[in-house]
Write a protein that binds this ligand. Sequence first.
Ligand SMILES: [Zn+2]
Length: 296
Amino acid sequence: MKKYLVLIFALLSGSEIIMAEGFDDITLKTSKVSGNVYMLEGVGGFAGGNIAVSAGKDGILIVDDQFAAMAEKIKNAVADINTGELRFVLNTHWHGDHTGANAIFGNNAIVIAHNNVRKRLQAPQENDFGQSPAQPKEAWPLITFDESLTLHMNGEAIDFVHFANGHTDGDGVVFFTESNVIHVGDHFFVDAFPYVDIRTGGNVLGYTNNVKNLIERMPEDVNIIPGHGALATLADYKRFYDMLVSTTDYVKTKKNAGMSLAQIQGDGLPKKWDSWGHGFIKADKWIAFIYQSLDS
Ligand SMILES: [Zn+2]
């Protein structure tokens, strides 16, 4: 769970210098997922969100790019898979641990994301973890979309679909339709309470609804790349969904009975959810996200 601790720094992308020092010991593990798709995941520390790589005759596409300090390691890991040209970088949302290397890769590749990702990278943002400065022009997505777009590459349709007001207001999920892989971004923290960025348009109720819709679209044998955590199955995702529904119902019942946020936090969640709390999102924070989402 140490990696979630470092996420605090990750979301404060202004502290690039502090973070750069912490990256020396981190390596990227490459796993072949299925079909043309690979997953890059940080080992030995918090490298940022998981990266999906599509590699084939049409070149390289990656989903998310962690931090600027990881760019060289990402380049090397991708080159080990395929020496083709990096053509596209897709961002699942604006957070600095998913877009941090845009300014580097954006010089050569085309960055694609939802309209709201571009807006948020263009201006300073503020959330639970402090301020993020506006990003340089090279980091801004060159192509944006409102609802969805499809790339036709490496023998398959790669659908990039917006899911509204979940983790943020600009989340996109990437469906590798032939490879049977879905990168769900931060709509999944495996066996952990998720971060929901209410101040930039996230909402626990919207988030839960998005997860439900995703589960309904997924075949039984789907390979799920989560924003944070190990490669997962549909059963893992259903367990996550059950946690979302169950803890939301729990907080909602208490709130409707007139309890304040502090009172509900004082009581905590049922014991069965203890292991889901981690470094920067323990039960009291998760309760607050639910409570605030019920108000908005
Ligand atoms: Zn995020």
